[in-house]
Write a protein that binds this ligand. Structure first.
Ligand code: PEP
Length: 252
């Protein structure tokens, strides 16, 4: 079976002026250099405006760089948008797609996320495709079904373990301090892998990393990261402090 190397990804969201971003990137890069052979991958996803600055700060540290979304088109009349080619050209290896804040605030649909992921793959970027149910959907017992539907529709057919990561982020757990129980997380992750196997075949499904996201912190990371189908974390708030981000990574 393909080894799934844990991925610890920081989603900085709309945080970081250049000086702060540089400082945080240097701190994370320095911590990484203490342990270059650690058994996890480390990724930071800052805002577009500081990608270049952060890229310089993490050069040769082994920390990967990612963006937080991309447009489906390669270029053209799309004021304010950024293409996958531009993301790759900024030094990124990864791009987060379909985060619930994009799905809610920018009405991004599964079809759009699917097209974005294809565009990302064409630029040799690793797409981190986010899925997750709302609180109402969980309370009405529909979490598995909703997430399965999102995976089926958002993950393009050209996906493989080399170019795709899934992030399960229950919407109600993002930035709220509420965390899904380990049993619930494992149940959803195992079901995501089952859906991936039906869609892409068992080999790809066994190799695709599935991250958990939603109020992951140093205090709860060990328990979540120990689950059989959890292959890392997508971390928002706690990724803005180098020591917390590093402590989470150390829990792998
Ligand atoms: C996120 O936005 O991807 C996230 C998981 O945020 P937080 O860790 O702050 O809940």
């Amino acid at each position: 079976m393909t080894e799934r190397r844990p991925l610890i990804a920081g989603n900085w969201k709309m945080n970081g002026l250049r000086a702060d971003a540089r400082r945080l990137a240097v701190e994370i890069g320095t911590l990484r250099q203490f342990k270059p052979d650690a058994a996890f991958d480390l990724l930071v996803c800052p805002p577009f405006t500081v990608l270049e600055a952060v890229s310089q700060m993490i050069e040769n540290t082994g920390v990967y760089l990612g963006a937080q979304t991309c447009h489906v088109a390669e270029k053209g009349a799309h004021t304010g948008d950024i293409s996958a080619a531009m993301v790759a050209d900024s030094g990124c290896s990864h791009v987060i797609l379909g985060h619930s804040e994009r799905r809610t605030n920018h009405a991004e649909t599964n079809d759009q996320v699917n097209a974005q992921a294809k565009a990302a793959h064409e630029q040799s970027l690793i797409a981190i495709i986010c899925v997750g149910e709302t609180e109402a959907e969980r309370e009405s017992g529909k979490a598995l079904e909703v997430v399965a539907e999102q995976v089926k529709a958002s993950v393009p057919d050209d996906s493989s373990y080399g170019n795709t990561v899934i992030a399960y982020e229950p919407v109600w757990a993002i930035g709220t301090g509420k965390v899904a129980t380990p049993d619930d997380v494992q149940e959803v992750h195992a079901n995501i892998r089952k859906v991936l196997a039906e869609k892409l075949g068992q080999e790809e499904a066994d190799g695709i990393r599935i991250l958990y996201g939603g109020s992951m912190k140093p205090e709860n990371a060990k328990e979540l990261l120990a689950l059989g189908d959890v292959d890392g974390g997508l971390i928002g708030g706690a990724s803005l402090k180098a020591e917390d981000f590093w402590a989470i990574a150390q829990s792998c």
